[in-house]
Design a protein around this ligand. Structure first.
Ligand code: FAD
Length: 559
């Protein structure tokens, strides 16, 4: 059997190595357009920033090591330009020589990835405008930074790659502005969670131009200017364009393979395309969203690697199935971590799902052991079925492990209330006896069994006219800052001061993290009051309010 693979990185290299492990006699030829195989795309921003020092650390394998260990014929700087499905052969162009040749196959695996979206705007072809996809792109950016020592950069796009580049350029001493068309960074998060990411970037000196669309890029003698639809142009010495990626599927489309949204290749659970001898994996294919069941484009390394393995199994006579992608993701934001899995609120609304949510602010580990930091966790679940729909966490230590626990629970079909039962490892330096994930389960159980009612940040502006707003923190905390209209009765004094609260009017309670206000609501509810607990607490309120203020200030002064 002869297998030809197009694209020699995440999905392609995984498929190639797995095929060899399963079939010692298969002939495997892997073509890669760039100069490197099996390179660490995900590490590229950190090479620009210097955290990864050596270029050699970016390449996990070389054509020589592929040959030595796996007996795979990996050819870099070779582009597959045509698929002849009838004759089962691909046409390949050797980019060093320009010469073309044909390579026949029995099975073909396409793992061409996704390419950066480059809008048709004048000025984007300047030598100081960059996209980041390959090792060559990272080398180019790092060389430019080292040789020109730019003081300023504009990063267009506030997704993973844009933010990683903004952080890494900042680490190189560059003053960065991130422009994003949406009112928030990091689309997998809801805006109220992204507010924490915004605060971190601003604290690190990164300017954010949120809600601004780029209308053009102009090369002027003073630098490169990014033109915005609602604010003056931003001048800088370099621009990184990271507005998203689109499946690199011209080859597949020209070969007549079935494609769907954004030209992504349609595959079945076996990763087989509409041609039974052609498999496709990675960023170029449409998968099923594990929560909504809808077709989805999920450009992440984990799915690409797993799909490569599934395709290889099936090519070698196995019966492996790729079920779906849940979009679990994590990103470093300076000393902070932001992570998400499943659907966010926007996506749940789009999918037409009736959902509820909890927002909690647990510590990463027992508060009496030094070094614990507060994280903000949101868990979204379906009303009625209590199915976990998604989760988002922003914080410091332990964010990655909690998101992975939640992702696992969601994929295993656990209900949101069952999170309370998870038997998770605990010692004070690592967690609390009630882990944050357990806490989410307790809260959801309390809501679903009617022990507590909650209200959210978005509800604050339209509470009922007769609402009584109660802040149950200490007088010191209250004096340091409180939400408008909230009066202070510390939770520890509440039982003795019930006479100050009108039992005929609903009570809206807030504290720092929503724990003391929950206790207050329990006291009040058992005394006949109708009490609502503010989800997320004052901490959540404050970060979101500051975020709104910063953006209003930016757009109103036209910066
Ligand atoms: P790729 O790994 O992109 O490989 C496709 C290869 O195919 C390319 O090298 C391309 O040159 C080659 N190719 C395309 N067409 C042809 C052709 N006709 N002939 C020959 N070769 C061809 N994901 C995460 O989960 N976590 C992260 O932290 C993360 N960080 C990232 C950071 C950056 C800067 C980038 C660019 C991506 C990052 N990703 C991350 C996404 C992740 O790298 C991709 O999801 C994954 O690599 C997709 O695998 P793939 O095999 O589909 O495509």
């Amino acid at each position: 059997m002869k297998v030809v693979i197009v694209g020699g990185v995440a999905g392609g290299a995984s498929a190639a190595a797995r095929i060899r492990r399963l079939d010692e006699r298969a002939e495997i030829v892997m073509f890669e357009r760039s100069g490197y195989v099996s390179y660490a795309n995900c590490g590229l921003p950190y090479y620009v920033g210097g955290a990864i020092e050596e270029e050699s650390a970016l390449t996990l394998q070389t054509p020589a090591s592929f040959r030595a260990r796996f007996n795979i014929d990996a050819r870099v700087r070779h582009e597959v330009v045509k698929i002849d499905r009838a004759r089962k052969a691909v046409t390949v162009r050797a980019l060093e020589t320009g010469e073309t040749f044909e390579e026949p196959y029995d099975k073909l695996v396409l793992s061409p990835g996704a390419k950066p979206i480059v809008p048709n705007l004048p000025g984007l072809d300047g030598a100081n405008v960059f996209t980041l996809r390959t090792v060559e792109d990272a080398l180019r950016i790092r060389r430019y930074v080292e040789q020109n020592r730019p003081q300023t950069a504009t990063v267009i796009g506030g997704g993973f790659i844009g933010l990683e580049m903004a952080e890494n350029l900042t680490e190189q001493g560059v003053r960065v502005t991130v422009v994003e068309k949406m009112p928030q960074l990091l689309g997998p998060l809801d805006e109220d969670m992204a507010a924490f990411v915004h605060a971190k970037f601003r604290a690190k000196g990164v300017a954010l131009a949120l809600g601004s669309a780029v209308t053009g890029v102009e090369q002027r003698p003073e630098g490169v200017f990014t033109l915005l639809d609602n604010a003056p142009a931003l001048g800088a010495q370099m621009v990184v364009l990271a507005i998203g990626v689109s499946p690199d599927t011209a080859l597949a489309r020209e070969a007549g393979l079935e494609t769907g949204a954004k030209g992504a290749i349609v595959v079945d659970g076996h990763m087989r395309t509409s041609d039974p001898d052609i498999y496709a994996v990675g960023d170029a294919v449409l998968v099923q969203n594990g929560v909504s069941g809808a077709p989805a484009l999920i450009a992440l390394a984990g799915p690409a690697n797993k799909q490569g393995r599934v395709a290889a199994d099936n090519i070698c006579g196995g019966d492996s199935v790729y079920r779906a992608s849940w979009g679990s993701s994590v990103v470093k934001v300076f000393d902070m971590t932001a992570a998400a899995t499943g659907l966010n609120e926007r996506a749940a609304q789009t999918a037409g799902l009736a959902y509820d949510k909890v927002v909690l602010s647990p510590a990463s580990h027992a508060s009496y052991y030094p070094g614990g930091r507060v994280m903000t966790m949101k868990v979204i679940y379906e009303k009625g079925s209590l199915r976990i729909l998604g989760a988002q966490i922003v914080g410091f230590d332990g964010v990655d492990k909690r998101i992975d626990v939640l992702a696992t629970a969601m994929q295993a079909g656990m209900t949101a209330v069952q999170l309370k039962e998870l038997d998770l490892a605990y010692a004070p330096p690592y967690s609390s006896a009630k882990d944050p994930v357990n806490m989410a389960g307790f809260m959801i159980e309390n809501i679903e069994t009617g022990k507590v009612k909650q209200f959210h940040y978005a509800d604050l502006s339209h509470l009922p006219e007769n609402a009584q707003r109660l802040d149950v923190r200490t007088p010191g905390e209250y004096a340091a800052g409180h939400a408008e209209g909230f009066v202070n009765i510390p939770v520890d004094e509440l039982r003795g001061r019930l006479a100050e609260i009108d039992p005929a009017r609903p009570v809206y309670a807030m504290c720092q993290s929503a724990l003391r206000s929950y206790i207050a609501c329990r006291i009040l509810a058992q005394n006949g009051y109708d009490c609502y607990n503010f989800s997320g607490g004052y901490r959540f309120y404050q970060v979101n309010r500051e975020n709104r203020f910063q953006e209003t200030a930016r757009t109103s002064c036209g910066r």
